[in-house]
Design a binder for this molecule. Structure first.
Ligand SMILES: Cc1cc2nc3c(=O)[nH]c(=O)nc-3n(C[C@H](O)[C@H](O)[C@H](O)COP(=O)(O)O)c2cc1C
Ligand code: SF4
Length: 431
């Protein structure tokens, strides 16, 4: 299958140049209209840019879906302190692989987004924090940054505008928690990647103790298109409260895994069965995680909903960062949940007891159930642990770890019960 697979139902805005190597170079990017949005932005006031982004309804694509223009407007208007724009290119959520593709195919779009975003929040310096394992995308991005400096799109007096805009690429060492905004800031400063208590919020005291805004890769690239084409153009797609297009990363038991760009609000069932081709051998779907492993699971009969923030919330889950993980009828739910909780247990930074102890304890119980050694109270204990892990910690990794446990017990309790003392296979050396 040629890369990338395109389905006629897709709306290509952010991903239109995926698979086009010419778009990676400065010359190729300029030929495709690159850096026009930055030029336009520099002719506007920062406040006007923020207003356009606000009017577009763009919501952050890193997971929480917070309105981007509103976030930008939280930055101080008249402050002596330097401001920083931070681009979150850590992309560690299990099942997520969109940001690295945006960087790999359209590195200049991100460079432009960072420069534009920095100008809008009155920052002179943007940092891109990229996961260290993304060695190839990081190299491509480093080359694009060099080209942007050489062309006068970055550095001193950008495009003769009188504004100085610098951009620094920073490689992380590969820890999920460094994707959490304050963990990322600590890591950028050379400290341990541990989240900080809020308040103070980043707009007051962020990176290096200075007002900072942090945005996801996809968010900043969407802002480039919005400034270039206007808020109304962007709002032609999506729903009233979830505007624009979004990249969805699809993996698991699916015929055509990969990245797909569709307008928000697209029917989820149609997306899975038509756009992504359903399951490889036509097996029935058992469960789907719609937004990365940290959001509640949906069952096959809950899929007839829109792919937007509101519809997902109404269905008791979240759109998250748009990572759709499909599980067919052969999936062992207890095993899958145990694997997810193992991941969170491994990635917990350990600062908060409910997270550090809760993830470890839950993983141990899940492993016991998986191996047919479940004890009568185990399901209730898991629910209690999950309850204690939610809403009580410095960051929401703990809540994220609890989500698959509670939602899977709620929807697949019978699978847990069937394993209790049922003599399921016992793996040597595993308790
Ligand atoms: C444990 C954890 C991991 C996260 N990882 C990422 C990540 O890899 N990339 C990302 O953009 N946001 C990640 N986030 C969300 C960020 O904290 C932050 O909300 C986001 O970067 C803001 O950008 P946005 O407003 O453009 O969405 C993570 C959050 C948590 C709690
Ligand atoms: S919730 Fe977990 S990952 Fe987040 S700060 Fe606390 S211990 Fe660290």
């Amino acid at each position: 299958m040629a890369y990338p697979y395109r389905h006629p139902s897709e709306t290509l805005v952010l991903s239109q140049y995926f698979g086009d190597p010419e778009a990676r170079t400065l010359k190729g990017w300029e030929a495709r209209g690159g850096y026009q949005a930055l030029r336009k932005a520099l002719g506007m006031s920062p406040g006007d840019i923020v207003n356009v982004v606000k009017a577009s309804g763009l919501r952050g694509r890193g997971g929480a879906g917070f309105p981007t223009g509103v976030k930008w407007s939280f930055m101080p208007q008249a402050s002596e302190k330097p401001h920083y724009l931070l681009c979150n290119a850590d992309e560690s959520e299990p099942g997520t692989f969109k940001d690295r593709e945006l960087i790999r195919w359209t590195p200049h779009a991100l460079v432009e987004g960072c420069l534009l975003g920095a100008y809008a929040i009155r920052a002179k310096h943007a940092y891109i924090y990229i996961r260290g394992e993304f060695f190839e995308p990081a190299q491509i991005l480093a080359r694009a940054i060099e080209e942007a400096y050489a062309a006068g799109y970055a550095g001193k007096d950008v495009m003769g505008s009188g504004h100085d805009l610098d951009i620094t690429l920073h490689l992380g060492a590969g820890a999920y928690i460094c994707g959490e905004e304050t963990g990322l800031m600590n890591s950028l400063e050379g400290r341990r990647g541990e989240p900080r208590l809020k308040p103070p919020f980043p707009a007051v005291s962020g990176a290096f103790g200075k007002p900072s805004t942090i945005n996801n890769v996809e968010t900043l690239i969407a802002a480039v298109h919005i400034v270039q084409n206007g808020a109304d153009w962007y709002k032609q797609w999506g729903t009233e409260k979830s505007t624009g297009t979004k990249l969805f990363c699809v993996s698991g038991h699916v015929k055509r895994p990969g990245n797909y760009e569709v307008p928000l609000g697209f029917n989820f069932k149609e997306f899975i069965y038509d756009v992504c081709g359903g399951t490889p051998n036509g097996k029935a779907i058992k469960a789907v995680i719609p937004g990365g492993s940290s959001v509640p699971i949906l069952t096959a009969d809950e899929l007839d909903i829109g792919m937007d923030y509101e519809a997902m919330a109404a269905a008791g889950t979240m759109l998250g960062c748009g990572s759709v993980i499909i599980m067919d009828e052969t999936t062992d739910i207890v095993k899958q949940v145990r694997r997810m909780v193992d991941f969170y247990s491994h990635e917990s930074c350990g600062q908060c007891t409910p997270c550090r102890e809760g993830t470890t304890w839950a993983a141990k119980i899940l492993r016991r159930i998986e191996n047919g050694r479940g004890q009568p109270d185990d399901i209730e204990t898991l629910l209690q642990i999950s309850d204690n892990m939610s809403g009580k910690t410095i960051c929401v990794l703990s809540d994220a770890a609890a989500a698959p446990i509670t939602s899977s017990i709620q929807k697949f309790r019978h699978e847990y019960e069937a394993r209790m003392g049922a003599g399921a296979p016992v793996l040597a050396g595993v308790r």
